[in-house]
Write a protein that binds this ligand. Sequence first.
Ligand code: GRF
Length: 222
Amino acid sequence: MLRVAVLISGTGTNLQALLDATGTGVVPARIVLVVSSREDAGGLARAERAGVPTAVVRPEDYADREAFDLAIDDILRRQEIDLVCLAGWMRILGRSFVERWIDRILNIHPSLLPAFRGLETHARVLEAGLPVTGCTVHFVRPEIDAGPVLVQGIVPVLPQDTAESLRLRVLEVEHRIYPRALALVASGRVRVEGEKVQIADERPGERLVVHPLVLALAAASS
Ligand code: GRF
């Protein structure tokens, strides 16, 4: 059973998706710890409801990033964590932390990486006038929003979309790709080779989730 820690800073809807997926016993992984960088993160209540221990580690309580990262590293090691899932974690983790946990940290990002790294992704997608966007679960590298891609989700952009309506549609798919990514890692079939992810006996489509509207729109436009 894979021992997983989820790191959050906010509402924790992705944390909830991971808790739901692991709570049934179908995915051979257990969330044993939730770490929040803020004491008011809504996700903490989700963890408590699920009976998962929580820790609040606030950057402002540490002299610098190195000290903050070391505090997190210490908690993760004490709990014998195998895999770290960043889920709306709004702190940059330093190079030495990432290197200590290399290929054992996943992140979810609300765009089709490598496009639209950074913040405000949905507003930027709308500004660029694109008909499609999505979300990505990837292994973390020291560079922000970079690293081998594990699973992606495809989401249509609609003419009347605002950044908020698009965010909500992408979030629906985020809640499907993160459990999928965790299940793949927990299955032991995932290997990171250089900057690519290899999956033993990979089936077509295993690393891809599409929003249901994509299929409806494709049918309507063909
Ligand atoms: C998600 O959009 C995730 O992709 C991004 O931060 C947001 C977190 O949302 N990294 P939640 O806290 O999981 O609801």
